[in-house]
Design a protein around this ligand. Structure first.
Ligand code: PMP
Length: 282
C-alpha cells in the first residue's frame, strides 16, 4: 500500500506531516474524494478541475500541474491495485512557523491515499433517515475546504438521533446535507439548491441533473423551504460515496410513502449505467 506524498509514491508508514502544516493547524487547504469503480476513477476530470477551482478560491497554488497530478493518481490506483474504493486527496498550504497570514516560502503539500470500499448497496436499496438542523457553516460552502467542523458537528447530531444524514437550512431554506446535496421531487419535478456560495456543487449533483435531462424529468435549481422538504413526494441525497441515496424519513416523519420513490429509483438506475459504462472492465 503506497500513498502520494508531495510528488512521490511512498509507503504510508514513511509519510511525515509536520506539526506546523497549515492544513493541520488552520484547516488551510482543500480536498477531493474520488470514487474508483472497476479500477477506474469516476468523473476524474470534474474532480481535478473542482480541486483547481477550490485552490484558486483560497489563493493556493498547486505545486505541480493537474496533468502531473492525474498521472500520479493513476499510478497510485494501479500500484495499490484498487478496484472498488475511494481516493482521498488534499492539498494544504504547506509548513511554516504558525502565523495567520500566508507564508512566503512554504510549498503546498499534496497527499493522497486509497481506501477499499464496496458500494453502499444496502442504503442505496433501503434509503436513510435524516434530521434537519440550522446550517451553522461559513458563507463559502462552494469551496471544498479542509475546515469541516460545521459538517462534523451536524453529522454527529444525525448519528446521535439514530439517523444517517443532517439536512441543513438557513432561516428555513434548505441548503444541502452535511456531506451531500439534497434533491426533492414534487409532482414529477426535481428541485435542488442553486450552485452558489451556500452549497458545494457536488459532482454527483451534476451527474444527477444531467441524467434527469436525459430522462426528460424537469429539474429546477431553486431554493426550497423546510416545509416543502416535508411535503415532498420523494427526497434523495447525492455524493461521491453515497451516490443517489433515498431519504425515507426526516425528523421522524415519513417522506412520501416511507419507501424510496419511483423517480429516485429511475435516477439510481441511470447513475449505475454511467458507472458501468465509465468503469469496468479495464
Ligand atoms: N455537499 C457537501 C457539503 C459535501 O461535503 C459533499 C461531499 N463531498 C457533497 C455536497 C457532494 O459532493 P460530491 O457529489 O462531489 O461528492
Amino acid at each position: 500500500m503506497v500513498i502520494l506524498f508531495d510528488e512521490q509514491l511512498i509507503p504510508r508508514n514513511r509519510a511525515y506531516v509536520d506539526i506546523e502544516d497549515r492544513g493541520y493547524q488552520f484547516g488551510d487547504g482543500v480536498y477531493e474524494v474520488i470514487r474508483v469503480y472497476g479500477g477506474k476513477m469516476f468523473c476524474k476530470t470534474q474532480h481535478l478541475s473542482r480541486l483547481e477551482q477550490s485552490a484558486k478560491e483560497i489563493r493556493l497554488h498547486l505545486p505541480f500541474s493537474l496533468e502531473r497530478l492525474d498521472t500520479l493518481l493513476e499510478e497510485l490506483v494501479s500500484q495499490n491495485r484498487l478496484r472498488e474504493g475511494t481516493i482521498y486527496l488534499q492539498v494544504s498550504r504547506g509548513t511554516a512557523p504558525r502565523n495567520h497570514p500566508f507564508p512566503e516560502q512554504a510549498r503546498p503539500m499534496v497527499v493522497a491515499y486509497t481506501t477499499e470500499a464496496p458500494r453502499p448497496l444496502q442504503t442505496l436499496r433501503e434509503g436513510v433517515r435524516a434530521i434537519t438542523e440550522p446550517d451553522l457553516r461559513w458563507l463559502r460552502c462552494d469551496i471544498k475546504s479542509l475546515n469541516l467542523l460545521g459538517a462534523v458537528l451536524a453529522k454527529q447530531k444525525a448519528v446521535d438521533s439514530g439517523c444517517q444524514e443532517t439536512i441543513l437550512h438557513r432561516d428555513g431554506r434548505v441548503t444541502e446535507g452535511s456531506s451531500t446535496n439534497v434533491f426533492i421531487v414534487k409532482d414529477g419535478q426535481l428541485a435542488t439548491h442553486p450552485a452558489d456560495n451556500f452549497i458545494l456543487r457536488g459532482i454527483t449533483r451534476d451527474v444527477v441533473i444531467e441524467s434527469a435531462h436525459e430522462l426528460g424529468i424537469p429539474v429546477t435549481e431553486r431554493v426550497f423551504s423546510v416545509e416543502e422538504l416535508f411535503r415532498a413526494d420523494e427526497v434523495f441525497i447525492s455524493s461521491t460515496t453515497m451516490e443517489v441515496t433515498p431519504v425515507v424519513s426526516i425528523d421522524g416523519r415519513k417522506v412520501g410513502t416511507g419507501s424510496p420513490g419511483p423517480l429516485t429509483r429511475q435516477l439510481q438506475t441511470a447513475f449505475e449505467k454511467r458507472i458501468s459504462h465509465s468503469g469496468s472492465p479495464s
